[in-house]
Each structure stands twice: as structure tokens, then as C-alpha cells.
Design a protein around this ligand. Structure first.
Ligand code: NAP
Length: 332
């Protein structure tokens, strides 16, 4: 009997915040495998802010998802049929099959994992978000012992790892997150030194109090007024790994940074980066991250939605900050 694959496809491009009408559910039989191909049952799907950008037609570092195509996304699952000698039934693999229950691949871009950690972790702390934190902080931020590192979206997939990596380097780690519950989690469970709620009316004063020696590294995840507030706290020769601007992804007008002059007179190094630019650094980053997660030196939390049909709602929730830690969709 044919295996039926449920998929979420991009139906239309959003203007501003996306909604359910931008997606379409389709069900189709999984095609017969050709020589060299493998069939993977996806167990978990990663939902990430970058997906919002791929829904737009706009010019960016990667091509948009074409209308009618399956939504892009990282997945982890198990090989359930194989006509490729490099993969056996039962292998656990990480791939990019997108928002669907099954995927067929010729093996390109499919990576076997040892499965010692839960599969979802290979989409989070020991996957793309963890490597983003590692490369952005260690290679671009270059934090030194005793320095202060500030990270926004601190309770999320990338930010939660950034602060813990900063602590492993002997830095003061200060998070910025939306709400008391997230800030409490970041300090109590992840071991940051402080966390400031950017929704508080006294945010700027609280940020200043949490960074008495100024800020040496601002790992920027959100942009907008939050970024502006941290720029005013930067020390001379501070570094800004510009990782993301999630506060702007649904904006219809760009936010102008009033504090841009500070970049000049404080001689700030600000560098945008995309984690896939540094594929040479992935093996070392993944080896370190998986060891530190196994040893409990890096902790993680997941927000889990169930079933592929739940992916759009979970995606909207993640863009609104409803997730604590990594947003995952469990498919099996
Ligand atoms: N450059 C790269 O290669 C690369 C790779 C991966 C991720 N990224 C970027 O890294 C950032 C974090 O990604 P992630 O996967 O770890 O996502 P995440 O932090 O797990 O989830 C997104 C978070 O963004 C915050 N947010 C949403 N709207 C906001 C707003 N208006 N102002 C401030 N915060 C807002 C929410 O947290 P609060 O509740 O705290 O607001 C939400 O939980 C994103 O900007 C993403 O695009 C970049």
C-alpha cells in the first residue's frame, strides 16, 4: 500500500504578519524509489525565523520558496527504505526535507547522526542554531574572559546557547527576552548572570544596571529599538555579531537606527553573518556542542507542536515569541 505524505506548501506571499491562508495542505503518495535514493520518515521538523524571509519575493542571501513548493525546513528522522548503499534502513539522519512527513533524497545534504541525543536536539543546540551561536560568538564576537556579552532573544534557540557559551569563556552573560517567565528561565535554568525584559517600561535603565562595565559583545538577534539600546551601552572596540533582525521580519517599514554614529566613534566591529558561510567550522562546532550538551554544560528547552498540520500555527507562535527555547514540530 502506498505511503501517504502530508505536506505544507506555500500558497501565497504574506504582506506583514503571515496567516493560515499563506499555506496549503496537500496529501500525495510517496514516489517509488529510484536507484541511489533513500526514503526518510521525518520525526521532527524545525521551525525557524529565517523561514519568514523565504516567504517573500525579496532579494536575500537565499532564493525564496517558490509559490506552490513545500515550505523549506530542517528535519531529523529515520531511513525507512534505501536504494543507496551509503544509507541503511534504521539510520538516523538530519536533512532539509521541509514541512512534510516524508522525504526522498539521493543522499546529498543528508547527514547521519549517532542518535545518542534525542533527534530534536540535532535541530537545536547540536544543530544549525547551536552552530550559529558558536560561530557568531566565538569567531566574530571573540569574547575574552571577564568581558560582558549581551544577547537578545536570549530564551530562544540561538540566544540560549550564546549566553551559555559566553559563560564557558568566563564572561558575564546578560540576556534580553520578552517577559518575566523567559528572563527567570534564562537566569535560573541556563545560568546567565542577568536577563532584562525588553517589554518593561524601564528596559533601558534595567539594561544599564545589568551591564555596569558596559557591553563588549552584542550578539544581535532582534534589531529595532532593542538593538539601539544595546548599541548605546557598547564599550570602545566592542563587537556586534549581527545574526538576525527578527523584530523586523514582519515589518512593512524598516526601522532606522538612531544610534548608528556610536558605531564610528566607539570603533565597533559589526559583522553580519550567515551560518552556512562557514561550513568549515561546522564539524568542530558540532563536536564541541554535542560534548557540552552530553556533559550538561549546555542546557536546552524545546517547545513542541504535534503533527505537520500544526506547523503554521506553531510558526506564527514562534514569530510572536510564544516559544521557550527551540520550536519543534513532532511528526512521529
Ligand atoms: N545568521 C544566521 O545564520 C542565523 C541562523 C539562525 C538564526 N538566525 C537568527 O537568529 C535569531 C534567533 O533565531 P532562533 O532560531 O533562535 O529563534 P528563537 O529565538 O527561538 O525565536 C524567535 C524569538 O524572537 C523573539 N522576537 C520575536 N519578535 C520580536 C520583537 N519584535 N522584538 C524582540 N524579540 C522578538 C521572540 O522572543 P521574545 O519572547 O524574547 O521576544 C521569539 O521567541 C533570528 O533573528 C534568526 O533569524 C540567524
Amino acid at each position: 500500500m502506498a505511503v501517504i505524505n502530508t505536506q505544507i506548501r506555500l500558497a501565497s506571499r504574506p504582506a506583514g504578519f503571515p496567516d493560515a491562508s499563506n499555506f496549503r495542505i496537500e496529501r500525495a503518495p510517496v514516489p517509488e524509489l529510484k536507484d541511489g535514493e533513500v526514503l526518510v520518515q521525518n520525526h521532527v521538523l524545525s521551525l525557524d525565523p529565517y523561514m519568514r524571509g523565504r516567504m517573500n519575493e525579496a532579494r536575500s542571501y537565499a532564493a525564496p520558496v517558490a509559490l506552490g513548493d513545500v515550505m523549506i525546513g530542517g528535519t531529523a528522522g529515520e531511513v525507512i527504505a534505501s536504494k543507496n548503499p551509503a544509507f541503511a534502513v534504521g539510520d538516523k539522519v538530519v536533512g532539509s526535507f521541509g514541512w512534510q512527513e516524508y522525504g526522498v533524497s539521493d543522499g546529498q545534504g543528508l547527514k547521519k547522526v549517532d542518535g545518542k541525543l534525542p533527534l530534536s536536539v540535532y535541530l537545536g543546540a547540536v544543530g544549525m542554531p547551536g552552530v550559529t551561536a558558536y560561530i557568531g560568538l566565538y569567531d566574530i564576537g571573540e569574547p575574552k574572559e571577564g568581558e560582558t556579552v549581551v544577547v537578545s532573544a536570549a530564551a530562544g534557540a540561538v540566544g540560549s546557547v550564546v549566553g551559555q557559551l559566553a559563560k564557558l569563556r568566563g564572561c558575564r552573560a546578560v540576556g534580553i527576552a520578552g517577559g518575566k517567565e523567559k528572563c527567570d528561565y534564562v537566569v535560573r535554568d541556563l545560568g546567565f548572570d542577568a536577563c532584562v525584559d525588553y517589554r518593561s517600561s524601564s528596559f533601558v535603565d534595567e539594561l544599564r544596571a545589568a551591564t555596569p562595565n558596559g557591553v563588549d559583545v552584542n550578539f544581535e538577534n532582534v534589531g529595532g529599538p532593542v538593538m539601539d539600546a544595546v548599541l548605546s551601552q557598547l564599550n570602545t572596540f566592542g563587537r556586534v555579531p549581527l545574526c538576525g533582525l527578527v523584530s523586523q521580519y514582519n515589518a512593512t517599514e524598516p526601522y532606522p537606527l538612531p544610534n548608528v554614529a556610536a558605531l564610528l566613534w566607539k570603533r565597533i566591529k559589526l559583522q553580519g553573518f550567515i551560518v552556512s558561510d562557514r561550513m568549515d567550522r561546522w564539524p568542530q562546532a558540532l563536536a564541541d556542542l554535542s560534548a557540552w550538551v552530553a556533559e550538561g554544560k549546555i542546557r536546552y528547552h524545546e517547545t513542541i507542536a504535534h503533527g505537520i498540520e500544526g506547523a503554521p500555527e506553531a510558526f506564527f507562535g514562534m514569530l510572536r515569541g510564544k516559544n521557550l527555547g527551540k520550536q519543534i514540530v513532532k511528526l512521529v
